[in-house]
Design a protein around this ligand. Structure first.
Ligand SMILES: Nc1nc2c(ncn2[C@@H]2O[C@H](COP(=O)(O)OP(=O)(O)OP(=O)(O)O)[C@@H](O)[C@H]2O)c(=O)[nH]1
Ligand SMILES: C=C(OP(=O)(O)O)C(=O)O
Length: 225
């Protein structure tokens, strides 16, 4: 079920695309035995932060995944407020996002699109709001991860194609394909948004920033390393 909200004319609330890999394959660089459980917990915290973002900014949240545990992990209240789209291509992150962008464009034409990593356990609602406000000023925009080479947020407005090129050095790839780099103006003000978690070191840094309740619970329940 999708929650439809009406917005004043002239406002352009976002469709947020959140890709999530199958948990058995997810977070291969996170060298912990519980990495699948953590990947799901981090995705739940990312979803919670996105759903808490003011409804004048985010209209639709679409999780693109083939992972069956996602449906089970979402409470009915949360499930009612987002769309889970099967990752039909099942060919990797960029095809999953391109598929999500196509479906979102058909279902909700004219809405700006934001592709966000689902491994942002320290994401704060206000950070996403700030980033979307800045991104909305450009046809396409990219926000770099904390390392400075990757991408945590890629956006497309005004009918522009999302054209995702995630992967190694994706910040540069997105800039080369015309996305405006909004990392400069925002940079230091959105640390949780920029801290995607791939490794145990990333996880430690996210914990210092403060992770959401699902990730905190998963870590609390974990056997010490
Ligand atoms: N739907 C979907 N999402 C993906 C796919 N590959 C990666 N993602 C998601 O894209 C986001 C960024 O992915 P990566 O940082 O590369 O994470 P990962 O693939 O889980 O981790 P590694 O195995 O370490 O590369 C995360 O939210 C992933 O769950 C895919 O093939 N399909
Ligand atoms: C997929 C990306 O990141 P990661 O380093 O998290 O795999 C990316 O930054 O494009």
């Amino acid at each position: 079920m999708v929650a439809f909200v009406s917005f004043p004319p002239g406002q352009a609330p976002w469709t947020v695309l959140l890709p999530l890999k199958n948990l058995a394959r997810a977070k291969s660089r996170l060298l912990r035995p519980d990495r699948g459980r953590l990947a799901l917990a981090m995705a739940l915290d990312t979803v919670t932060a996105v759903l808490t973002t003011a409804s004048e900014l985010v209209a639709v949240v679409m999780v693109i995944t083939n992972e069956p545990a996602v449906q089970r992990a979402l409470t009915p209240a949360v499930r009612a407020r987002l769309v889970v789209l099967p990752d039909v291509p099942d060919e990797g992150l960029n095809p999953a996002l391109a598929h999500g962008a196509t479906v979102a464009g058909e279902r909700w034409p004219g809405r700006p699109l934001a592709a966000l990593s689902a491994d942002l356990p320290a994401l704060r609602t206000q950070e996403l709001a700030r980033a979307l406000a800045e991104a909305g000023r450009h046809p396409r925009a990219v926000l770099a991860d904390a390392a400075g080479t990757g991408t945590v947020l890629l956006t497309a407005t005004a009918g522009a194609a999302l054209d995702p090129s995630f992967g190694p050095r994706s910040r540069e790839a997105h800039r080369r394909s015309g996305a405006v780099d909004i990392t400069g103006p925002l940079g230091a003000t959105v640390p949780g948004l920029r801290h995607d978690v791939d490794t145990v070191e990333d996880l430690d840094r996210a914990r210092l920033l403060g992770v959401g309740s699902a990730t905190a619970a998963a870590l609390d329940g974990a056997t010490p390393d």
